[in-house]
Design a protein around this ligand. Structure first.
Ligand code: SF4
Length: 348
């Protein structure tokens, strides 16, 4: 890698940013660390176009970190519905409470303190530090890895420890020390709008004359891809107990998906047998289930929904379920699979 290419990289990128980059996002250019943090937590596993309305809604509902810290948690989870990866929401609440009570509601202003916040990793800490406080910490996300891998034809993989370190070190070398926030936004914008995963627009790219992948006609080889593991299959059998006015739910706990969200009584098993069912239900009485699926990052959930109408709820006592009026289910936070079930069942 030539030094000339290294210095040309940043100046070409910054010139493109000044003259041609028109990418608009509601949080772009904002200096308030709370708003930047909120946008970055939402964007951790969410596309920008999907995250924008959630960001706008969250900031409108909780304009300050103290308002978020003091909010009703069920309301916050409900607002998060549809974004998935609920750990992000849980960590966001913990961090808001921490800053509100332990730090006089003042967002920390140095990289290490920001990195120490729950739910904040290296990328998010670099983004907040550079956007809000103009500190020279390079962001490294999928867009940045793609641009750097192509321009410098990097054979390092971001998915192994050595490769990750090498890419982070290169990113840190390249950052514009005077305008780190603008530089970080520029490289991510270039990756999102020009150097896209498929069919990059090399003719509009400011780096086209120094891009090794383009010059050697090997763009498709970069970045080095992650090896995909097969998804873990998880069959969930949901017993949907309900009376004419009430529905019965359980709140998930433990170290598993959907923690703190509500589902129906759930039995995870390949085959639903009489032994696994509560005493008062007979397998032969179960109707054919509605089957819905949801793909998570490493798991495929197949939900089998059995409707079980009841005259009274006395038989449910031993199951420790939560009774909720059907008219009040829109106040409860559910995972996407359960929301899909409600969309498929107008009777509820
Ligand atoms: S020249 Fe093409 S492949 Fe290279 S950085 Fe620009 S858009 Fe990406």
């Amino acid at each position: 890698m030539k030094n000339a290419d290294l210095s040309a990289f940043s100046s070409l990128l910054m010139a493109w940013n000044r003259n041609f980059n028109r990418r608009a996002m509601p949080w772009k250019g904002i200096k308030d660390p709370y708003k930047i943090w909120m946008s970055e937590i939402i964007l951790q596993q969410t596309r920008v176009d999907q995250g924008e309305k959630y960001y706008t809604d969250f900031i409108a509902s909780y304009p300050t970190i103290s308002q978020l810290a003091n909010a009703n948690e069920e309301d916050v989870f409900r607002k998060w519905q549809g974004l998935g990866y609920y750990n992000r929401c849980r960590n966001m609440i913990v961090t808001a409470k921490f800053i509100h009570t332990e730090n006089d509601a003042i967002f920390p202003d140095d990289y290490d303190s920001i990195l120490a916040l729950k739910g904040v990793g290296e990328y998010t800490a670099a983004a907040i530090s550079s956007f809000a406080f103009n500190l020279p910490y390079a962001v490294v996300d999928g867009n940045v890895v793609r641009v750097l891998s192509r321009v410098f034809s990097l054979h390092a993989s971001y998915f192994d420890a050595t490769g990750k370190k090498a890419i982070q070190a290169l990113a840190q070398t390249l950052i514009d020390k005077k305008e780190p926030g603008k530089y970080n936004q520029a490289i991510m914008d270039l990756g999102a709008t020009i150097c896209k995963p498929q069919q990059p627009d090399c003719s509009s790219c400011p780096l086209t004359l120094i891009c090794q992948a383009r010059l050697t006609d090997s763009i498709a080889s970069f970045p080095i891809k992650k090896e995909r593991k097969p998804l873990k299959e998880r069959p969930f059998h949901f017993l949907v107990f309900h009376t004419t006015s009430t529905i019965y739910l359980t709140k998930r706990s433990g170290n598993d998906i959907w923690k703190d969200l509500h589902t129906f009584y759930c039995i995870e098993t390949e085959k639903l047998t009489q032994k696994l069912l509560p005493d008062f239900i007979n397998t032969r009485e179960l109707n054919k289930p509605l089957v819905l699926t949801q793909i998570l990052s490493h798991q495929k959930i197949t939900g089998y929904f059995y409707l079980i109408p009841l005259q009274t709820a006395t038989s449910l006592k031993s199951l420790n379920l939560i009774s909720v009026k059907k008219t009040a289910i829109n106040k409860i936070a559910f995972p996407k699979l359960i929301l899909s079930f409600f969309e498929n069942n107008q009777y509820l």
